[in-house]
Design a protein around this ligand. Structure first.
Ligand code: NAD
Length: 370
C-alpha cells in the first residue's frame, strides 16, 4: 500500500482543536488498514510568528512542497492584529497558496439530511444537494495590473482594477473541472459575463475548446454569471460542477456555501499543477472558516468542516473514494443521531463539544466499516 505523506498545519485559535479530530481519524484509519498515512506537524500563522517572527518558515515551506497534501486549520486572531504586514498570520496562508501554485479552489456544497431545516431555503430546494464550485484562484481581477488609485487633481480620484486571463490559465482550470466532473455526475457549468467582458468571451471560447478536444464525454453548459447566481438560489440541484473565475467564484462559492447552513460545516480544497510522473496535484485542504477567536479554547468548535476537508484529500489527492464516502456517511450518521455542536444546534438535539463530535464520527466510521 502506498504511503501518503501529510503535512498538518493546525495554526491558531480553533485550528488545533479541530485538527485534533483529523489526527484521531488518521490514527484510526492507519490502525484499520484504510490507507497508510505519515504525518508531520508544522507551525503557521500567529503561533509561528510568536516562535520565529514570521508566519511560515522556509523549513515548513520545504515540508509543504514535499508533502502529498497539506492539511490546514486556520490562522489569525486579535493577538496578532498589530504585527508587521508581511508577518501577519494570513501571509503564511497566502505564501502556501502562491508557492504551491494552487490555482483551483474547490468548494463543495452538500446538504446533510439532518440539517435540511437549518438552510434558509425550502426543504425541496436543498434536500440531497451535492454540488462543487471551482473557482480560479491565482488570476483575474484580484491580481491583474494596473491596479491603482490616481488623484486626478480636480477633487476626483480614479480607481482601476484589471481583469486579465491568458489562455493557459483558463485551460488548466477547465481541465480540473472536467476531470472532477468525470468522478461525479459528469456535468460542468461554466460561468462568465461574455455579454459585457472580453475575459468572458475568451473564457467561454477556451472552455468550449478544451471540452471539444479532451472531454467530449462530459456534459458542458454555459451560463452568464449573474443568472447563474440566481439559478444557484432558485434550483441549485441543476448543477454538478460549476467552474468560474476568481471574482465570480468568490461570490458564487459563498452563495452556494450558505445554501447548506453553518460556516462550521464547510470544507475546501485548493489544487495546483499535476506532477507529470505521478499525476498527483499539489494540494491543500482547509475549512472555509477562520480561527474563531470568540470560541477558541472552549472546546465548542464544530470539527466537521475540518474533517470533511480531510475527506476531500482522500477523494481528490488519494482517490480513496470508498473511504471518503464512508467519512461522509459517518458525518451524516452522527448528525442523524441528533448530535450537534453549538453552531448547528436546534430544538430536540444534543449539544456536544469538539472532541465528542469528532469521536462520534470516528465511532460511526467504525460501525459502518464493520
Ligand atoms: P471566523 O470564521 O473565524 O468566525 C466567524 C464566526 O463563525 C464566529 O462567530 C465563529 O465563532 C463562528 N465559527 C467559525 N468556525 C466555526 C466552527 N468550526 N464551529 C463553530 N463556530 C464557528 O471568521 P472571523 O471571525 O471573521 O475571523 C476570525 C479570525 O480568523 C481573523 O483573524 C481572520 O483574519 C481569520 N480568518 C482566517 C481564515 C483562514 O485561516 N483561512 C479564514 C477567515 C478568517
Amino acid at each position: 500500500m502506498a504511503t501518503h505523506k501529510l503535512l498538518l498545519l493546525p495554526g491558531d485559535g480553533i485550528g488545533p482543536e479541530v485538527m485534533a479530530g483529523v489526527t484521531k481519524l488518521i490514527a484510526w484509519m492507519n490502525a484499520h488498514g484504510m490507507g497508510s498515512f505519515e504525518t508531520e506537524d508544522g507551525l503557521v500563522g500567529g503561533v509561528c510568528y510568536d516562535a520565529h517572527g514570521t508566519s511560515i518558515t522556509d523549513a515548513t515551506m520545504d515540508l509543504a512542497q514535499a508533502a502529498d497534501a497539506v492539511i490546514f486549520g486556520a490562522v489569525g486572531g486579535p493577538k496578532w492584529d498589530s504585527v508587521p504586514y508581511d508577518a501577519r498570520p494570513e501571509a503564511g496562508l497566502l505564501r502556501l497558496r502562491k508557492d504551491l501554485a494552487l490555482y483551483a479552489n474547490l468548494r463543495p456544497a452538500i446538504c446533510y439530511p439532518a440539517l435540511v431545516e437549518s438552510s434558509s431555503l425550502k426543504r425541496e430546494v436543498v434536500e440531497g444537494l451535492d454540488i462543487l464550485i471551482i473557482r480560479e484562484l491565482t488570476g483575474g481581477v484580484y491580481f491583474g495590473e494596473p491596479k491603482t488609485i490616481t488623484d486626478l487633481g480636480n477633487g476626483q480620484k480614479r480607481a482601476v482594477d484589471t481583469q486579465v486571463y491568458d489562455t493557459y490559465e483558463i485551460e488548466r482550470i477547465a481541465r480540473v473541472a472536467f476531470e472532477l466532473a468525470r468522478k461525479r455526475r459528469n456535468k460542468v457549468t461554466s460561468m462568465e459575463k461574455r455579454n459585457v467582458m472580453k475575459t468572458g468571451v475568451l473564457w467561454n471560447e477556451v472552455v468550449t475548446q478544451v471540452h471539444q478536444r479532451e472531454f467530449k464525454d462530459v456534459q458542458l453548459e454555459h451560463q452568464l454569471a449573474d443568472s447563474g447566481g440566481m439559478q444557484l438560489v432558485r434550483w441549485p440541484k441543476q448543477f454538478d460542477v460549476v467552474v468560474t473565475d476568481n471574482l465570480f467564484g468568490d461570490m458564487l462559492s459563498d452563495i452556494a456555501a450558505m445554501l447548506t447552513g453553518s460556516l462550521g460545516m464547510l470544507p475546501s480544497a485548493s489544487l495546483g499543477e499535476a506532477d507529470p510522473k505521478t499525476k498527483r496535484r499539489k494540494a491543500m485542504y482547509e475549512p472555509v472558516h477562520g480561527s474563531a477567536p470568540d470560541i477558541a479554547g472552549k472546546g465548542m468548535a464544530n470539527p466537521i468542516a475540518m474533517l470533511a476537508s480531510f475527506g476531500m484529500a482522500l477523494r481528490y489527492s488519494f482517490n480513496m473514494i470508498k473511504e471518503a464516502d464512508l467519512l461522509d456517511q459517518a458525518i451524516a450518521a452522527a448528525l442523524a443521531k441528533g448530535l450537534r455542536t453549538v453552531d448547528i444546534k436546534s430544538e430536540g438535539t444534543t449539544v456536544v463539544g469538539t472532541a465528542a463530535m469528532g469521536d462520534a464520527i470516528v465511532g460511526e466510521m467504525e460501525k459502518l466499516a464493520a
